[in-house]
Write a protein that binds this ligand. Structure first.
Ligand SMILES: Cc1cc2nc3c(=O)[nH]c(=O)nc-3n(C[C@H](O)[C@H](O)[C@H](O)COP(=O)(O)OP(=O)(O)OC[C@H]3O[C@@H](n4cnc5c(N)ncnc54)[C@H](O)[C@@H]3O)c2cc1C
Length: 431
């Protein structure tokens, strides 16, 4: 039997009470906090890392997918990056999906400070307090110890659904048959190569998406190492700065600290080996160097919290539309290999997704009152999640959740009532 000890009960100081508390400061969380604060709510934002942005920054992702037609905060962030010279421009002079990661960090902090968001960095949500069905406090831990943050409405943007799970919400993990989750990838930043010399290996610039990746894999194999992700990808951020996504960590869980640790240690070793293999080839790779690997391994999926609506594969197949649309998704199904025995790239699609809506109901927790969800932890099935998880969608989700929370508070509903939230946030379906 597993050995256990009982922690002593203790009084935890309640340090502040917000209208809206957003937990997790990734793309969804920043958008949620901005939307709530700008709508007049006293808003707190809790983030575990020492910067805002989640996978955009601590994860070194540097590629924003599915932004077409997205207005609001997503368009604002892209325009601000462009104005700061921090969006990568294509050969045709139009902006690409890539951006400068350090500029993104600063921009998100400035936006939140300007909007009056009370930002708590280096702070982790570790427990929740309920009064019957209603969530009343998030317990956080930091260098200041353990503290309770109260709010009238909470928004879980932790990606992994940490707050919702701590509050007792039910959730799903992985594929329904196997529980397997998509693999993790550790991003790296590279210097010492020039864009015009590695043009054929750059996704989106060589003209052929798959061919550029196959060529990069062949180069790594020529250098003596085969990547665990069969479609390794080189992204150009600037002409002399690149991001690399080249590994897959299979069969690990984003909500298991030992899995995360083991995956990170293996992944960092592999990424260094892959880059060393390229360097050994000579021109154009002779000076390629890793300047940073991500401090946070990229977790594609973890908990999908149960909401008042579950986005399903059938919604994608029929192009579902909803009166309470929070986000309109155009990105298709994108499942990275869950079983390396069957392939190490992207799994074959069984249908072509049509553009579809995510209703606000999928962002409202079913089992706990006063809790909204935004980002990759919203209520959906395995296949639907693989599509809506990209950041061009999680930002509008965050914005919708922030606006819904603020509107509910302004109406005095305290966010407890699903009907009140829905009624207050009906947005016309786009497209
Ligand atoms: C390797 C990889 C490649 C991808 N490629 C792309 C791509 O090219 N383009 C694209 O648009 N999308 C891509 N995605 C998908 C996308 O990045 C994620 O689905 C997206 O980041 C989800 O945003 P989020 O805000 O929900 O979560 P996250 O970006 O994961 O942000 C969650 C935030 O919450 C914080 N947090 C977590 N737990 C706690 C806690 N307990 N307390 C306090 N803070 C907490 C985290 O530190 C983090 O900052 C990729 C994902 C991965 C992993």
């Amino acid at each position: 039997m597993e050995k256990k000890i009982r922690e002593a009960a203790r009084n935890v100081p309640v340090i502040t009470a917000y209208d809206v508390l957003v937990c997790g400061g990734g793309p969804a969380g920043v958008a949620a906090a901005l939307a709530a604060a700008r709508a007049g709510s006293r808003t707190g934002l809790v983030e575990w890392h020492g910067c805002l942005g989640g996978i955009w920054t601590a994860g070194l992702l540097s590629c924003i997918i599915d932004t077409q037609g997205k207005e609001g905060i997503m368009a604002e962030i892209l325009a601000a990056l462009e104005a700061r010279g921090a969006r990568t421009m294509g050969r045709d002079g139009a902006p690409t999906r890539q951006y400068d990661i350090e500029a993104m960090k600063l921009l998100l902090e400035e936006l939140c400070v300007d909007a009056g968001v009370d930002v708590h960095l280096h702070t982790r949500v570790c427990a929740a307090v309920r009064d019957r069905q209603r969530l009343t406090h998030a317990i956080v831990e930091s260098k200041s110890g353990r503290e309770a943050l109260g709010a009238r409405v909470f928004i879980d943007c932790t990606g992994d659904g940490d707050l919702a799970a701590a509050a007792g919400c039910k959730f799903d993990l992985g594929q329904p048959e196997t529980g397997c989750m998509q693999p993790m990838s550790l991003m790296a930043l590279l210097v010492g190569i020039q864009a015009d010399q590695v043009h054929d290996f750059i996704r989106e610039e060589s003209g052929a998406w798959a061919a550029s990746k196959d060529r990069l894999r062949a180069e790594m194999e020529r250098g003596g190492t085969s990547p665990s992700y069969a479609k390794p990808t080189l992204f150009r951020l600037r002409d002399d700065l690149f991001a690399l996504m080249a590994n897959h960590e299979y069969g690990v869980s984003g909500i298991d600290a030992r899995d995360l640790t083991a995956a990170t240690l293996r992944a960092r070793r592999e990424v260094h080996d892959l880059v060393a293999a390229l360097r050994s080839l000579g021109p154009p790779w002779q000076d390629v160097r890793i300047v940073a690997t991500a401090e946070q391994i990229g977790v594609r999926e973890a908990r999908r919290i149960h909401g008042h609506y579950t986005v399903t594969a059938a919604d994608l197949e029929r192009g579902a539309r909803h009166a309470d649309a929070a986000c309109h998704v155009t990105f298709g199904v994108d499942v990275h290999a869950t079983d390396p025995g069957k392939g190490k790239g992207i799994e074959a699609r069984t249908f072509t997704a049509q553009p579809y809506d995510i209703p606000l109901r999928a962002l409202i927790a079913r089992d706990v009152d006063g809790l909204l969800l935004a980002g990759r932890c919203i209520s959906g099935d395995f296949i639907a999640h693989s599509s809506y998880r990209v950041t061009g969608n999680v930002v509008p989700m965050g914005q919708a959740a922030g606006q819904a929370a603020a509107a509910a508070i302004a109406q005095g509903s305290d966010g407890a009532s699903l009907a009140a939230l829905q009624a207050l946030t009906r947005t016309p379906a786009s497209g």
